[in-house]
Design a protein around this ligand. Sequence first.
Ligand code: CAA
Length: 381
Amino acid sequence: MDFALTKEQELIRKLSAQFAETELEPLAAEIDDTHVFPMDSFKKMAALGFTGIGVPKEYGGVGGGSMDEVIAVEEFAKKCMASAATLSIHLITPHILTALGTEAQKKKYLPRLTKGGEVAAFALTEPGAGSDAAGVKTTAVYDADTNSYILNGTKCFITGGSRASVLIVFAMTAPEKGTRGISAFIVEKDFPGFSVGKIENKMGLRGSETAELIFEDCRVPAENVVGKLGQGFKIAMQALDSARIGTGAQGLGIAEGAIDLSVKYMNKRVQFGKPIAALQGLQWYIADMATKTEAAKWMVYHAAYLHDIGKPFSMEAAMCKLNAAENARFVTNLALQIHGGYGYMHDYPLERMYRDAKITEIYEGTSEIHKVVISRAILGK
Ligand code: CAA
């Protein structure tokens, strides 16, 4: 088995780490306070090619695969989890279009979503369709006169939804067919009948805007159906399988970032006449944090590897996301504990990281849903 990164991946690691340190870390506290999505840094990500990872060069991307995405997201999450989430969730849409878009859809939308610096969003969740993603109530009714679909409904908790210019929206075209009646559509923000509703006030990940999206007789040309009619649920599930590796990378990166801060703090902070790094209780905390994070890392990398070599990876993606998310909460909690009163203060990054880490156990499928996916794969149920 070869666990080595390629030369290109080593370069992506270096570039991502530099970008995270110089561009993302200085903004992390500010965007958490202001709840404002940093459009400028997103455009810089695009200029450096991050938003084109996994997209062929002919459509404005930089090529590469799941491992390349993991490396970038991991490095970003060490310094600014909201930015890591922004990249990871943005990439879902260009990846769907790369895999399933028509030639015309790829030519029209991919350059905009890669080097063009426009934001994409993945609109699946609804007030009544969270873990039960099949409960989509948004409808899409075909209008033969205009050869278009008319969408009506509301999506909620959509990452980047307020900033997106291109969205993939899942809607029922044949409610009587259940999951086989859901279809996927490309919606542009300027389509009549589309509007952004409430922007959520969240516990964490505040620099990544989360929005309600409203469709009121929103007219979408038939040429904007992604894949075949009725394939929407499978498209969403496959997209989430890939995206969950990215969420695993977010959990991994934030844990690594919290360990880095803890090590620095333990060596600097003096109590009882010596650096607290000399206290065995805290040494054991660091040992546990590092050991579990190392395990999380290899699970995330392994899922990305399987994805990149074209092997089934749905269960491994669920496992790595479940584990990295639980570890992110475990590590940020202990890191905050190591920092004591300072960790609890808003002036220090730990309380933000603790709040940010929690979302990895909820979005892109809750931990409980991942246990459903994993147990079904093992038991064949
Ligand atoms: N890949 C391909 N096809 C899949 C699939 C997968 N991973 N999982 C299921 N399917 C297919 C099944 O094979 C089945 O196909 P047939 O009709 O041909 O038999 C069909 O989809 C229905 O499958 P299930 O019966 O298993 O569906 P279910 O209703 O029991 O749901 C679930 C399964 C795993 C619970 C699913 O609903 C799920 O993943 N829920 C969580 C949703 C989620 O992660 N939401 C996050 C939204 S995005 C977000 O959080 C943040 C953001 O902004 C992006």
